[in-house]
Design a protein around this ligand. Structure first.
Ligand code: 26Q
Length: 832
């Protein structure tokens, strides 16, 4: 297999001899270096070597990818389509090496070529195509789908700029654009031949066709082309390789420039720019009203391309349209893709000429909807005028769905017009709006929440009327995370110990971790466990030093809260505790406190002033505490900048304590909580989201619980919550708030934190002050427990041992069995 003398010579100079083991792979890497990067080894940069390695790994996946695609096309299989505006997939090289079982081979090959694999892994830019939990969940699910050998496609948007990069300057968050594609993306395969047109604006016309049927024609005012950009999603230890298909927008090339005068030419160019803008940038959440129109256009764009793609795959297979729902199950990841209800109806009725009833039956049997929030302000709605001007035909269809649906409601609940109003797809109170959660619910055969508590609350609150009408449609699928990336890949030390202790099957059968419980009191095992934890903490300490200049002691208790910054997640509750502890040590310098390192990480939406102020508060506290001689290193506070998937790899394995302290009833599930648990952290948390189930699995004795329950939160609010009374009643709390207000953490500036302190004292919508005392008491129990290393280590082991439920494999099995009705399909590499 010679690639010509030049490459052979370069390989031979650099690589082992032709029959040495590993030669073939080294040869591949050098060939890719030359043919893909156009660089010879002597002048190649580290990035060139990274890309050459990535291409060589991708080449290894191609055969599996082709075999998977062929099998799905040939066999009678049902394909799960995961529709999501976000896929936060993280760096790919390490994960692909792991899933292909070729990490050692790659490490050796690169060493022979004079390169260090870890250095190359560090170079990769992660695709930040998501905001946080919801996007990362979609990525974990793709990993599990492939690993469980389920035919699946992920459909989304190829944002040119993902979630912004975060820098901290003068203690404040500063956003910079995420130029993840600047040097190219070796994992992506662009398919110009797989493209679809998507219309926007214009008007509709009704006409009667030759057969006497009423037909609606949508004449859009502009069209955009969507081009498929594929990324392979390799399963762990299996041949299955599925695809993540992301759509990039392009201008439609239909201009005959001869026909334009100069003015029209420039208009056409402008049109082109507007078209390409569609997939330019990911919207950070919590940004009210900003750039709204483009966001709806993005949603419709990727949904329409995806559904058209599914129809094309169906045609290619020769399946009749009536069997669409037997060929595909499409999951809506929150309401962001919920315009799919109207778009699938449009494609079936307007383009495939099906009757309304036939189309509605197919639509409902195909779609299912996952809800990720109960926060009223986060429930998606779109103003009618905006919807009308951008998507006139889909809106007409929504009106017709609504008309028929409300007829059903009236039949089921005669005379109950209040209910009809509440359930309508259109909110008629004030400015008229489309309620996307209602659209998604009505158009789906299954609706699920993402943790047991959340699914219950969903049925009791935002979707109560729907659960009343269609109880059998509602179910719970508790979230999960992939143990491949978040344990095997990011905590290799622990993975190795697990292999030695319980055998190596745990990564695809996480329930087996339970066998660790037998070692929870074994002294030798404790030693091994602690050694790994110490190494992980030292590695994180090193990174903290490099990025922030702060020195932290790996022997301290690492107390970590990493997640998006949001008031409901209550990073400021944590901050208040730190201030109160700091003040206590200041008052009593000889206080025998356990050494603690408080680590925070997370991005604030650029338009969310309070979240940004919370970051500033944390960095302000860090500046004071870290430099106070009285404290003498017993407390350290760190804001770790730019928390993302890549940084998470270092953070989760180094945590002793996981902060999951949201106001009960507000966090739908949480998934960071699961990543920490798997890696042996104990949780301090409220009874919220999946914390409830984490505590059930771990056992109450291995979990630090505090705070009001969701029900108590509602009761306190109903009784008229007056936060200032809690401050009155507690010297510690009042003092902590005073210190903040007096400028102690803002270099004397008494105005900086005024909005935050005032908000807490006057309204405190997330009950920070109501939960403060119990949180402090709970933290004191944590500190006490930390003194007893043996007992703490036992609890740590038990957390990992009992984390099996939180594998995304379990979650995906539930989706397959209960919602999608899909089955595994073995991929044979020797295709006929
Ligand atoms: C909506 C409209 C306009 C612009 C942006 C958005 C938008 C984007 C992203 C709204 C919400 C999101 C992301 C939500 C999210 O991440 N939710 C989290 O989902 C996780 C997975 O189920 C849960 O574990 C978390 O509890 C939940 O907060």
């Amino acid at each position: 297999m010679s690639d010509g003398p030049a490459i052979d010579a370069a390989v031979n100079m650099k690589a082992a001899s032709g029959d040495a083991p590993g030669y073939a792979f080294q040869h591949d890497v050098v060939r890719n270096l030359i043919t893909r990067q156009a660089r010879y080894p002597d002048i190649a940069t580290s990035y060139d070597w990274y890309a050459a390695l990535a291409f060589s790994v991708r080449d290894r996946m191609l055969a599996r990818w082709a075999a998977s695609t062929k099998t799905y096309a040939a066999k009678d299989v049902k394909v799960a389509c995961y529709l999501s505006a976000e896929f936060l997939i993280g760096p790919q090289l390490g994960n692909n090496l792991l899933n292909l079982g070729m990490e050692a081979e790659a490490r050796d090959a690169m060493r022979a070529l004079g390169q260090n694999l870890d250095d190359l892994l560090a170079i990769e830019e992660e695709p930040g195509l998501g905001n946080g939990g919801l996007g990362r969940l979609a990525a974990c699910y793709l990993d599990s789908l492939a690993t469980l050998e389920i035919p699946a496609i992920g459909y989304g948007i190829r944002y040119e700029f993902g979630i912004f990069d975060q820098e901290i300057r003068d203690g404040w968050q500063v956003e910079t654009t995420d130029k993840w594609l600047q040097k190219g993306n070796p994992w992506e395969i662009v398919r110009p031949d797989v493209s679809y047109y998507v219309g926007f604006g214009g008007s509709t016309q009704s006409e009667t066709d030759a057969e006497g049927r009423l037909r609606v024609r949508w004449i859009p005012s502009r069209q955009v082309k969507g081009v498929a950009c594929d990324m392979p999603m390799q399963g762990f230890n299996v041949n299955t390789c599925n695809v993540l298909r992301l759509w990039k927008s392009e201008a439609v090339e239909s201009f005959d420039f001869q026909d334009f005068n100069a003015g029209e030419y420039y208009e056409a160019v402008e049109e082109k720019v507007v078209s390409e803008t569609l997939s330019k940038v990911l919207y950070p959440n919590d940004e009210p009203e900003a750039g709204k129109r483009l966001r709806l256009a993005q949603q419709y764009f990727f949904v329409s391309c995806s559904l058209q793609d599914m129809l094309r795959l169906m045609d290619a297979k020769g399946t009749p349209i009536e069997h669409f729902a037997d060929l595909f199950a499409a999951q809506l990841n929150d309401t962001h893709p919920s315009v799919a209800v109207a778009e699938l109806m449009r494609l079936l009725i307007d383009e495939r000429l099906l009757s309304w009833d036939a189309a509605w039956d197919i639509t409902r049997r195909t779609l299912a909807y996952t809800n990720h929030t109960l926060l009223p302000e986060a429930l998606e709605t779109w103003s009618l005028p905006l919807f009308q001007s951008l998507l006139p035909r889909p809106l007409e269809i929504i009106f017709e769905i609504n008309r028929r649906f409300l007829d059903d409601v009236r039949r089921a609940y005669p005379g109950d017009e209040a209910r009809v109003k509440r359930m309508s797809l259109i909110d008629e109170t004030g400015d008229r709006k489309v309620r996307m959660a209602h659209l998604a619910t009505v158009g789906s055969h299954a609706v699920n929440g993402v943790a047991a508590l959340h699914s219950d609350l969903l049925k009791q609150t935002v979707l109560h009327d729907f659960a009343d009408m269609f109880p059998e449609h509602f179910l719970n699928v508790t979230n999960g995370v992939t143990p491949r990336r978040f344990l095997m890949l990011s905590n290799p030390g622990l993975a190795h110990l697990l292999d030695e202790t319980i055998g190596d099957g745990w990564a695809s059968d996480l329930a087996r971790l339970d066998a660790l419980a037998a070692h929870a009191d074994d002294a030798a095992f404790h030693e091994a466990w602690l050694a790994i934890r110490r190494d992980n903490k030292a590695a994180l300490a090193q990174r903290i030093r490099n990025t922030t200049g702060i020195d932290v002691d790996p022997n301290a208790l690492f107390d970590i809260q990493v997640k998006r910054i949001h008031e409901y997640k209550r990073q400021h509750l944590n901050a208040l505790y730190i201030v109160s502890l700091y003040r206590r040590v200041c008052r009593n310098p000889d206080l025998d406190t356990a050494s603690r390192c408080f680590i925070f990480g997370g991005k604030a939406a650029p338009g969310y002033a309070m979240a940004k102020l919370i970051i500033r508060l944390i960095t302000g506290i860090a500046e004071v505490v870290n430099n106070d001689a009285t404290i003498n290193g017993r407390m350290k506070v760190v804001f770790y900048p730019d928390f993302n998937v890549k940084n998470g790899h270092w953070i989760y394995p180094a945590a002793d304590l996981s902060e999951q302290i949201s106001t009960a009833g507000k966090e739908a599930s949480g998934t960071g909580n699961m990543k920490f648990m798997m890696n042996g952290a104990l949780t301090i948390g409220t009874l919220d989201g999946a914390n409830v189930e984490i505590r059930e699995e771990a056992g109450a004795e291995n979990f630090y619980l505090f705070g009001l329950t969701a029900q108590q939160v509602e009761e306190v609010k109903r009784a008229g919550y007056r936060p200032a009374e809690y401050a009155q009643a507690s010297d510690d709390l009042r003092d902590a708030l005073d210190q903040i207000a007096q400028g102690r953490f803002s270099r004397g500036d008494k105005d900086m934190f005024r909005p935050l302190v005032d908000n807490l004292l006057q309204s405190d919508p997330f009950l920070v002050l109501a939960d403060f005392a119990d949180y402090v008491a709970c933290q004191e129990r944590v500190s006490e427990a930390w003194r007893d290393t043996r007992q703490w280590t036992r609890m740590s082991i038990m957390n990992t041992a009992r984390s099996g439920k939180f594998s995304s494999d379990r979650a995906i099995r539930e989706y397959c069995e209960r919602i999608w009705k899909t089955r595994p399909v073995r991929i044979d590499l020797a295709q006929p």
